[in-house]
Design a protein. Structure first.
Length: 288
């Protein structure tokens, strides 16, 4: 599909995309007063929508943005806009912003967006990343204040890297520009403190899987100077699932190949993902 869909959902109403407009005086424009989520659609099934919308609600509450809808209502809207666009695979974008001048209610928009294209060899051989010195405003909330993320993504593109990893004022890697970051050392998964990052839905599932299969996890600072001591690194996100990282700033991670723990998590996540999609395809089939 093209990036511009045929239809957008606005507060539960399906409207033509060209009617999905916002006043230039809305605080989302000059104050980034808004929150957002990205969900994955696969074979017509939205993956774990309730978790995403619950996080959207939490993000809104954290910045004082009214969220007058129930999570189940928003999930219904997502399915409606998916069907209206005959959308089977890709991403759904959801934003909530405050009311424009003269209006009373906040606005919730949802629309389909093409899937991020990641070649199969990226999962087989891993990707390269760079570091970028930046931190996000209110990292535990997924707000529309994403300028540091955009600058980091642009730096990664300019450096021919797949992703940029954000480095804070203490020279610690916290998360990716659009992902969560993990290191593996001595058989243990390490990740930055959750008070300093946006805990992704995919990240939470990966940590749940790790606990289930007996892989230890530690929440700890990840100093930039430790890069060459890590055995494995990987990133997670809605679009990427579990993606191995084999170099950071040109420094090889471990032996420069996809590690055993990363590969195990990739396989286990894919198994969980396929099981969810298959189960919900059956639920959504006519006559079921």
């Amino acid at each position: 599909m093209s990036k511009i869909p045929k239809f957008v959902c606005r507060n539960g109403e399906i409207i033509p995309a060209e009617e999905a407009t916002v006043s230039i005086f809305n605080q989302a424009l000059f104050s980034a007063f808004g929150v957002y989520e990205t969900l994955l659609v696969w074979d017509g099934v939205i993956f774990r929508p309730e978790e995403h919308i619950n996080r959207l609600w939490k993000s809104a509450m954290s910045i004082g943005l009214p969220f007058p809808w129930g999570a189940s209502d928003v999930v219904v809207w997502l399915n409606e806009v998916k069907r209206a666009n005959e959308f089977l695979r890709g991403r759904l974008k959801v934003i909530v912003i405050g009311p424009s001048p003269g209006e009373e209610s906040p606005l919730c928009f949802a629309w389909p967006w093409p899937q991020m294209e990641i070649p199969g060899e990226a999962y087989e051989f891993g990707v390269s990343t760079i570091t970028f010195r930046a931190t996000r405003f209110m990292p535990q909330a997924k707000t529309m204040n994403t300028l540091p993320n955009l600058m980091a993504k642009n730096a990664a593109k300019a450096g021919n890297a797949h992703e940029a990893l954000l480095v804070n004022h203490r020279d610690e890697i916290t998360e990716g520009a659009t992902s969560n970051f993990f290191a593996v050392k001595d058989g243990k998964i390490l990740h930055a403190p959750e008070t300093e990052i946006l805990t992704g839905v995919t990240m939470s599932l990966v940590l749940e899987i790790a606990g289930r299969i007996g892989i230890s996890v530690e929440e700890t600072a990840l100093p930039e100077e430790d890069i060459e001591t890590w055995d494995e690194t990987f990133i997670t996100s809605t679009s990427r699932k579990v993606l191995p990282v084999v170099s950071i700033d040109g420094k090889k991670i471990g032996d420069g190949k996809v590690g055993e723990i990363t590969r195990t998590l990739m396989e286990e996540f894919d198994r969980e993902f396929e099981s969810y999609i298959q189960a919900h395809k059956e639920i959504n089939e006519p006559g079921s």
